[in-house]
Each structure stands twice: as C-alpha cells, then as structure tokens.
Design a protein around this ligand. Structure first.
Ligand code: 6PG
Length: 255
C-alpha cells in the first residue's frame, strides 16, 4: 500500500522554501562522508529560493555538506553557463555560495551532441556511485521535484515518450511543445525514492495542483469522466513518501 501524500500549505514562497529546507534536513541529516545521503535536485525557478536558503549555514551546518551527494533530475541540452542550464542555476544559488563546503555534485553533460550517450553515461555514473547494478534501481533519500502548469515534472512531459522501460534510469527526450532536447530521470528512478518532495508555488500552478491532488486516478472505482492525469501523477514511490509543500497561491483551489 503506497503511503498517502502529505500536503502542507504555507502563506508564501519564502515560508514554503523554509519548510522545504526542513524536509531536506530531515531526509539528509544522518549521512557520513563514506555513506552520503543522496538527493536529486530539481531545476526551473521555484527551487532557487530553497537553494539560497540551504546555502545559509544557519539552515544547513557547513560540515554537513560533506555527507550529501547531489545529482540532477533533469537538464536542458545546453552548456552549463547557458541561462537555461539547471546546473548553472544550482551553481549560482547553492554551490558557488557554499564555495569549499559545496557537496559532491554530479552534473548531467547535456551539452554533449550525443544526448543518448550522455544519458547512458549519467545512468552508469549513478549506478557506480550507488553501487547498484542492473536491474536494481538506486534509491534516492530525497527527490526534489517541481511541477509545470501542464503537469510535467523533471522533463517528463504530457505526450512525451512513455519512458516505461524499468531498466532505464535516465533518458534523452525532446520536449513535445518545442522539440527542445533534454535529459531526464525516468519514473522508474523517481518511484524508487525514499522521499519525494514536490515544491510548488504560484497562482499559475493552482489548477494543476488541484487536478493532481483532488481528482481520482483513471480507473479508480467510481471515477467518472476522469481526464488523463498529468505526468506528475505517475510519480508514486513504491515504498517511499510523497510530501507536497505549497504556497497558498498554488493551493488556492484545493478543497
Ligand atoms: C526544469 C524542471 C521542471 C520544473 C517545472 C517547474 O528543468 O524546468 O526540472 O520540471 O520543475 O518546469 O518550473 P518552475 O519552478 O520554473 O515553475
């Protein structure tokens, strides 16, 4: 039986980021340098406030970063110094401010013209770092995710490749709306996580949040005229928890 999702609503994006920082500490506090806690970082704009809060030693003691290992949930196929780069955003908001205390962070080499090769390389790196061979799936201690207004998460888009292959952890995809190339983790990897944290803020997300949290899954008993649910609805960790941290604007339509 999958754990129910915990939904917590905060007055604004700053308060939501502070709550997300507390979830971060709860999930990643007890690692060691030899046995680090591992986190999958989200891109986009929402998590920047969280990353800046985490860079503050009053939120995460500087010495803790040596026991945390960071990976990326997705990346745009651009160089790391491109304004659209998720790594570039994390570098500016978290890694650069942490300077010598910055955690081990594995960048997706999404600028590689061979996107499929870069996806496989990242998957192999993940398996090496976790010491988890095929067909087992690495279990992240925390997967930080955002949601797009279309219900995508990471770079798993509506109408995108199904990425149902349980053996694939990272894939190269094209965003259906504009054909842009990205690397993304798959549902198989996300659903192995111990804890998934959706951090969602802003009035523009209220509709998709309501759709995800208030509407029955397709085929649920008694469900009538159910629209196909957005990709984020397929993130249902097998034996992990889901925590939603919302600001009041994104939670506006929740019953
Ligand atoms: C990305 C993210 C993506 C993001 C959502 C929400 O690379 O863009 O991984 O899944 O979380 O698009 O983005 P915002 O936080 O900017 O609304």
């Amino acid at each position: 039986m999958k754990a129910a999702a915990a939904v917590r609503v905060f007055r604004d994006a700053d308060a939501a980021a502070q709550a997300a920082a507390a979830e971060w500490n709860a999930a990643l506090a007890d690692g060691t340098a030899d046995r680090p806690r591992r986190v999958l970082l989200s891109g986009g704009s929402t998590p920047q406030t969280l990353y800046r809060a985490l860079a503050d030693a009053r939120t995460v003691p500087r010495e803790r970063w040596e026991s945390i290992e960071c990976f990326f949930g997705d990346e745009r196929c651009v160089p790391p110094d491109h304004p659209d780069s998720n790594f570039g955003m994390v570098y500016k908001s978290l890694l650069e401010p942490l300077s010598d205390s910055a955690p081990r962070t594995h960048r997706m080499r999404a600028e590689d013209p061979d996107a499929d090769g870069a996806a496989r390389d990242y998957e192999n790196l993940m398996r090496r770092q976790f010491a988890v061979p095929v067909p087992d799936v690495p279990r992240f201690d925390l997967a930080l995710l955002g949601i797009g207004v279309d219900g995508h998460t990471a770079s798993l888009f509506p109408g995108g490749a199904e990425l149902d292959d349980p053996s694939r952890l990272v894939a190269a995809i094209r965003r259906p709306s504009d054909g842009s190339s990205r690397l993304t983790v798959t549902y198989a990897l996300l659903n192995a996580a111990r804890r998934v944290l959706f951090l969602v803020c802003g009035a523009e997300k209220a509709e998709v949040v309501s759709q995800l949290l208030c509407h029955p899954l397709p085929g649920a008993s008694g469900a009538k005229n159910v629209r196909p649910l957005p990709p984020a609805a397929r993130v249902r960790p097998e034996s992990g928890e889901i925590v939603w941290i919302l600001d009041s604007a994104a939670a506006r339509l929740l019953e």
